[in-house]
Design a protein around this ligand. Structure first.
Ligand SMILES: *Cc1c(COP(=O)(O)O)cnc(C)c1O
Length: 436
């Protein structure tokens, strides 16, 4: 299947090229030419299916033309090898826990899938080329990508992060891995890291010397697999014999890749009644729903910092899916925005009254369901990170210690290895060239 650019100025490309390029040459985002649907029989059986079985069925519709079925099954089963349980919290409110992967955050899903798909395309191309993934991170993306790509043959990952500006636990998740993962500690800010990566992608000499690609959420191989777990949430509601026709999903949103993947799931036939785009104080999307005007602006720091985005990259995909119709978008998606104080209050209240500990991101979605559901609707909030990833913040809110899962603790025991570079492009380029 071909993938077109949302800006429609570049030619459609194959899945392989869309994955390798990330962004289209016209700066648009790639979208599949067609979004197939799943047959009725699939939905009749879904309550009896595992996450891996469901994911494979969905992946076959999305990628079946491009990857042979045995390989696709292997990729899916390997990437989706942890559970994504739906927890009942209270009344008609549920949380879909997306944080049981290696780095305890939902980005594991997309990162693990993309790594395996890229590994496959590499093997197809003869297996002797080396793909270099450059990723700038303020914390969470770097850890998910580094762990997702760890040990995948033919791929090297360079994680650029701002020195002293990520938490110790985040840093440990990408500096202690070794193997094909190199951590570059940049003497600068996150924006400097991002600028270095952007400059690298447009540097002619560098691109002739080595194959470079990105692993941020605009990449189709990270974006599309996020549709799998919407089906699994539905399956688990069906299993509990809940009224699945009234399922509403609240998505804590930053760059809106997660929500856009949910919209794709709906397009594939999954009967999600509607979505709530849950925002922290960075509310450009909320304002768009309200006014029809999209006005990007600089981000504001909040306690749900993975959602501190002022110009969400996947907004282009949402517009594209709805033919740029504001009214069509508003028919499927409503919005909300919460302050840090409201997020904190939600975490404290839910812990006290329901004995369920939310992280700051999931709390934004959970609160949205408590306030915006209509009678008869069932609210699923996507819980995108384990509360221990934001230990300090959550402990201050509930005034109790938060236990750190062993998986997270183990990263802290590893030996940190990083290479310090300054924020000038010249030294970064020189460094990359000497690795060829
Ligand atoms: C990245 C991230 C988000 C935002 O997801 P988008 O797809 O960018 O909207 C929400 N919560 C957590 C914990 C994240 O890491």
């Amino acid at each position: 299947m071909e993938y077109y650019s949302t800006n429609r100025q570049s030619l459609p490309v194959s899945l392989q090229d869309a994955v390798l390029r990330g962004l289209a040459p016209d700066r648009g985002l790639y979208m599949p030419q067609r979004i197939g649907t799943l047959p009725r029989a699939f939905f009749n059986n879904i309550a009896q299916m595992s996450l891996q079985e469901i994911s494979y069925a969905v992946a076959s519709v999305l990628f079946g033309e491009d990857i042979d079925s045995d390989t696709l099954k292997e990729i899916v089963y390997d990437a989706m090898n942890f559970d994504i349980p739906l927890r009942h919290v209270t009344g008609d409110l549920y949380c879909l826990e997306l944080f049981h992967g290696p780095t305890l955050a939902f980005k594991d899903v997309g990162a693990r899938f993309m790594a395996r798909m890229l590994g496959y395309f590499n093997k197809q191309a003869g297996g002797n080329r080396c793909v270099n993934v450059l990723v700038a991170t303020s914390g969470d993306t770097g850890s998910a990508v580094a762990n997702g790509f760890l040990g995948v043959p033919g791929i090297r990952v360079f994680v650029l992060y701002p020195q002293g500006k990520v938490s110790r636990i985040q840093e440990a998740q990408f500096t202690t891995l070794g193997q094909n993962i190199t951590a570059l500690e940049v003497n600068g800010t996150f924006d400097d890291c991002q600028a270095l990566v952007k400059s690298a992608f447009i540097d002619k000499e560098l691109n002739e010397a080595m194959m470079l690609t990105s692993a941020n959420s605009i990449n189709v191989a990270r974006f599309l697999p996020q549709s799998f777990y919407y089906f699994y949430a539905y399956a688990q509601l069906a299993q509990r014999e809940q009224d699945t026709a009234n399922m509403v999903v609240a998505v804590p949103s930053g760059n809106f890749g997660n929500l856009a993947a949910g919209l794709v799931a709906k397009r594939m036939g999954l009967p999600i009644k509607r979505f709530i785009a849950a925002n922290n104080s960075n509310c450009v999307f909320f304002d768009y729903l309200r006014t029809g005007q999209y006005a990007p602006r600089p981000s504001i720091a909040t306690i749900a910092n993975a959602m501190d985005v002022g110009d969400p990259s996947n907004f282009a995909r949402i517009l594209d899916l709805y033919g740029h119709s504001h009214s069509a978008i508003c028919a499927d998606i409503s919005g909300c925005t919460y302050t840090d104080e409201q997020i904190s209050q939600t975490i404290a209240d839910t812990y006290r009254t329901c004995d369920y500990l939310l992280d700051p991101h999931g709390a934004v979605a959970f609160r949205a369901n408590t306030e915006l559901l209509q009678p008869g609707e069932i609210g699923v909030a996507l819980e995108t990170a384990h509360p221990a990833k934001f230990k300090g913040t959550v402990e201050r809110i509930i005034d109790q210690p938060v236990e750190v899962p062993q998986r997270l603790q183990k990263f802290l025991e590893g030996e940190k290895r990083s290479i310090k570079i300054n924020s000038g492009f010249h030294s970064f380029k020189k460094f990359l060239l000497q690795t060829v």
